[in-house]
Design a protein around this ligand. Structure first.
Ligand code: COA
Ligand code: AMP
Length: 635
């Protein structure tokens, strides 16, 4: 017997225009669309062509006008600063956003201009994003854990008119002055922004450069509030850079119209949230989860969103999450499994949970990496609520596979994010683009068109978009995730098929790290792989082949490359392990066998590839790994 999930999935695939056209009635449009789905340039599809709208209007103003003016829109909770809290009603948030949009406008920002946002987890981060949306400007948020060089690459690619930042971010045990990092990035970049708006925080005061830097609050206070500027549904709302297989990140574009339609709908269907409910995504605005589920989706749906500046443990203890849930009446929490592994590690019996009443919590949603069965079991047992693993990517912007709590609650199968969400035609393909049998492993691909809210293109890189996502399987988007589908349609996501690794729910490119290591003067060749880590899921590990004649202490060189990655990519890369080896294992055609190295490190079964140049090298790799506590030595 079919259920609401199956019915919606079938309708979305058989009649996408009817399905999404009906859902789109929930958005306030300045002008309705000419076409729901425009396939005139397939395989590049566009949703709601001809329509006009404003995302900020739908996220804030409409709620003020429709009776939610005094409801909390955003609650800021900052245990890392010792307990700062603030609540913004929809009216207050709209007013601050309108004023800050006016400040951006006074600094030359207009519709279509890019604004780079480099901010910690403070309300002003959301205010900056929404102010851009209000003006029809395109924001590009860069995660605070990236170093100047990464910031510079993004500045050059997005060529922002303005940059908004804060004087500092706060990490456990240290305050990170952002302004020197930003100044360094602007020095490195070829493109120079006309202005930088700097939020001064009390922990650090940033020096402002005359003629370029502006004090945020002075500018906001002096500004005329800006109205919502109408944009095309297909105009870009934001660019979010994510790791590709090289050091050059991919600028994922999100449009205005389709994004609003899909995200608002997902709040009810995937997360079962009614307007007025409190939703908490414990992530960071620098990641896609932060864009979609800290800022846009909850506000589009009239929810209260929580902006949490802290960590699951150590700020001050592993009970922080439970406190936030209790104090703010959180109905659904969304975070990465690594956060739960961190809590479990410090408080295995969940004793901190006894201090709080979390009966308001209906559901825990996990994503960003596979939820391992142990973490799932621990969370279910301790929290006594459904724990929902769901699978998505920066590119997709919202869930591809999930147990949609607002449609039908399927039985959870540990290790699976359940079934295709309505809108997604998931197929598992072999190398020849044929669907494999149920239960067999292949590449997980989505039959085009992708639903609304997904990436329509890459910023300034259409050919890369076609090559990366559309070329491998004509008529499909490749997710670059390998996995399978079982007889009941449950999807299992196993591993990336490219050189992306997942460290504490953060997506990182091993290719990008190799590019940094290769710059060390003593390094002739290198390879970086992701190895299993109990808390972070994976951590990067580097193999270095030194130049002939280099006769220095290995420890010194390792220290230097670790420092280089931290300085070039940033602390978020969590690159702390490296070892020297005489050679790298390669195929006869010269391809480094990273997959085999990773399997040896993780004690997984592996075959010696028939194409290997010299099988004896694998023993050397094994020895080096054992020296680091991996491979056989660990089992
Ligand atoms: N600004 C500057 N530095 C940052 C940063 C930021 N915004 N975020 C992280 N870093 C630094 C950390 O301080 C750490 O530095 P260190 O090497 O000096 O210790 C490094 O980057 C790695 O950070 P992280 O991977 O977050 O590890 P952690 O040990 O600090 O914390 C967890 C581990 C599991 C507690 C943490 O990763 C976490 O809370 N994850 C939640 C999941 C999440 O947010 N996922 C995003 C997608 S949903
Ligand atoms: P990001 O773009 O940072 O969201 O990372 C996307 C990648 O994270 C996916 O391609 C997967 O490899 C992995 N991922 C995210 N969520 C899940 C999940 N629920 N199960 C398995 N892998 C996941």
């Amino acid at each position: 017997m079919s259920n609401r999930h199956e019915e919606a999935l079938a309708k979305s695939l058989n009649d996408p225009e009817g399905f999404w056209g009906e859902i789109a009635e929930d958005i306030i449009w300045t002008k309705k669309w000419d076409k729901v789905l425009d396939d005139s340039n397939a395989p590049i599809y566009r949703w709601f062509t001809g329509a006009e709208c404003n995302t900020c209007y739908n996220a804030l103003d409409r709620h003020v006008e429709e009776g939610r003016a005094d409801q909390a829109a955003l609650i800021y909770d900052s245990p890392i600063t010792g307990g700062t809290q603030a609540t913004y009603t929809y009216r207050e948030l709209r007013d601050r956003v309108a004023k800050f949009a006016g400040a951006l406008r006074a600094n030359g920002v207009e519709k279509g201009d890019r604004v780079l946002v480099y901010m910690p987890m403070v309300p002003e981060a959301a205010i900056a994003m929404l102010a851009c949306a209000r003006l029809g400007a395109v924001h590009s948020v860069v995660f605070g854990g990236f170093a100047s060089n990464e910031l510079a690459v993004r500045i050059d690619d997005a060529s922002p008119k303005a940059i908004v930042t804060a004087s500092c971010g706060i990490e456990p045990g240290r305050v990170i002055a952002y302004k020197p990092l930003l100044d360094g990035a602007i020095d490195l970049a070829k493109h120079k922004p006309a202005s930088c708006l700097v939020l001064q925080r009390e922990q650090v005061t940033a020096d402002l450069i005359e003629g370029r830097d502006v004090d945020w609050m002075e500018a906001e206070n002096a500004a005329e509030p800006a109205e919502c500027v109408t944009v095309a549904a297909t105009d870009p709302l934001y660019i979010l850079y994510t790791s590709g297989t090289t050091g050059q990140p991919k600028g994922v574009i999100r449009d205005n119209g389709g994004h609003m339609v899909a995200l608002k709908w997902s709040m009810k269907t995937v997360y079962n949230m009614e307007p007025g409910d409190v939703f908490w995504a414990a992530s960071d605005v620098g990641w896609v989860v932060g864009h979609s589920y800290i800022v846009y989706a909850p506000l589009l749906n009239g929810n209260t969103t929580i902006m949490f500046e802290g960590k699951p443990v150590g700020t001050p203890d592993p009970g922080t999450f439970w406190r936030v849930i209790q104090e703010h009446n959180v109905k659904a929490l969304f975070t990465a499994p690594t956060a739960f592994r961190a809590i479990k590690q410090q408080d295995p019996n969940a004793e901190y949970l006894d201090k709080y009443d979390i009966s308001c919590l209906d559901t825990l949603f996990l994503a960003g990496e596979r939820t391992d069965p142990d973490t799932l079991d621990w969370a279910e047992t301790k929290l006594k609520v459904p724990v929902i693993d769901h699978w998505w990517q920066t590119e997709t912007g919202w869930a591809i596979a999930a147990n949609c709590m607002g449609l039908h609650q399927y039985t959870v199968k540990p290790g699976s994010p359940t079934c295709a969400v309505p809108g997604w035609n998931i197929q598992v393909l072999d190398a020849e683009c044929n669907e494999v049998e149920r239960g067999e492993i292949g590449t997980i691909a989505i039959k085009l068109p992708l639903p609304p809210g997904t990436l329509p293109n890459l910023w300034n890189a259409e050919q890369r978009y076609r090559d990366s996502y559309l070329a491998e399987f004509p008529g499909y988007y490749t997710t670059s995730d390998a996995g399978m589908m079982d007889e009941d349609g449950y999807v299992y996501v196993m591993a990336r098929t490219d050189d992306i690794i997942n460290v504490a729910g953060h997506r990182l490119s091993t290719g990008g790290m190799e590019e940094v290591l290769a710059h060390h003067p003593d390094v002739a060749e290198c390879a970086v792989i992701g190895v299993a880590d109990e808390m972070k899921g994976q951590v990067p590990l580097g193999f270095l082949v030194l130049n002939a004649g280099v006769d220095r202490e290995e420890g010194e060189i390792v220290k230097e490359v670790v420092k280089m990655v931290r300085e070039k990519i940033g602390p978020v890369a969590a690159f702390k392990l490296a070892t020297t080896v005489k050679r790298l294992p390669k195929t006869r055609s010269g391809k480094v066998l990273r997959g085999t190295m990773q399997k040896i490190a993780d004690c997984e079964e592996h075959k010696v590839p028939a194409t290997i140049d010299d099988p004896a090298i694998l023993d050397e790799i094994d020895d080096a790994l054992q020296g680091l506590g991996f491979s056989k030595a660990r089992s």
